[in-house]
Design a protein around this ligand. Structure first.
Ligand code: ZN
Length: 276
């Protein structure tokens, strides 16, 4: 190859979302993208810090974009040639809870997707989660639907329909069932003696039913009615369901998720009446 060292590979067009931006040098930005055709990739956006016009709103959060990318050669980064916003969810930033949920959706996709493995279903779920936030706001059941369907798409879904110990489905509604992320799902009382440790949590029938219903929806927004008219007992079960999924995610990632702490703070502020 002669000349300026630019790769001769032709640019490719693909749809995706922005996962993270990192300033690079004085003028450039490294972007982490989740793309339909190439999975999670890192690309250099030249001049993105010097000229905001070049990429417009495409390098901000809460957008779905069409990217023109030049594939990397050897160990180098991809190059982001241009980006065009094709779906704009930036109005979600005005709602602090919706913004927190959207940030969590992006963090999960960023941390769980392996690099450069096409995951079109994961991108569709991320976009659907944004659509749900725009349609029904920040709803815990919609977030459970996203989490469980994401884990399904990535082949890491917890087993909720039968005991991971004995394989029986009819024993999970008896008292004493637990959720054990290390064993991969629900464990009946009879098999629970082998489930020990801080990540093991109670999984009463109402919590398991809530998770199974959230997982089964066609679109995350369709899970929102699962939170409606919840009395105190149901709210406790929904929190147990959330804790089970969070334990599963923590087990897979080996650490807690940053944006979850923020959501938890919002929820406790809400319960105290600080947030309308
Ligand atoms: Zn069992």
């Amino acid at each position: 190859m002669t000349g300026g060292g630019r790769s001769a590979a032709p640019a490719v067009d693909t749809v995706g979302v922005l996962l993270r931006t990192t300033p690079f040098g004085e003028a450039d930005v490294i972007v982490a993208l989740l793309t339909r055709d190439h999975g999670r990739i890192s690309a250099l956006a030249r001049g993105a810090r010097r000229s905001r016009r070049r990429f417009g709103g495409a390098l901000g959060p809460l957008t779905v974009c069409r990217y023109a990318l030049r594939p990397r050669t050897r160990g180098e980064l991809w190059t982001l040639e241009s980006a065009e916003v094709i779906a704009d969810f930036t109005r979600l930033a005005a709602d602090v809870a919706a913004f927190a949920h959207a940030s969590y959706v992006i963090e999960l996709a960023r941390e769980l997707c392996p690099p450069e493995v096409p995951e079109p279903e994961v991108l569709d779920l991320v976009i659907a989660a944004h659509e749900s936030l725009a349609a029904v706001g920040a709803r815990p059941a919609a977030l459970r639907a996203f989490e469980l369907q994401l884990l399904d798409a990535l082949g890491s879904a917890p087993q909720l329909d039968a005991c991971v110990g004995c394989g029986r489905a009819d024993v999970l509604d008896a008292a004493g069932a637990v959720f054990d992320p290390g064993r991969g799902g629900a464990v009946c009382a009879g098999c629970a003696a082998a489930s020990r440790g801080p990540a093991v949590r109670p999984l009463p029938p109402g919590a398991r039913a809530y998770l199974r219903a959230a997982r089964a929806v066609d679109h995350p927004r369709d899970a929102a009615p699962l939170d409606a008219d919840a009395d105190e007992a149901a709210r406790v079960e929904h929190a147990q369901a959330r804790d089970a999924v969070v334990a599963m995610l923590g087990h897979l990632l080996g650490r807690p998720l940053k944006t979850l702490e923020f959501i938890a703070k919002l929820q406790s502020a809400h319960r105290r009446g600080d947030v309308p």
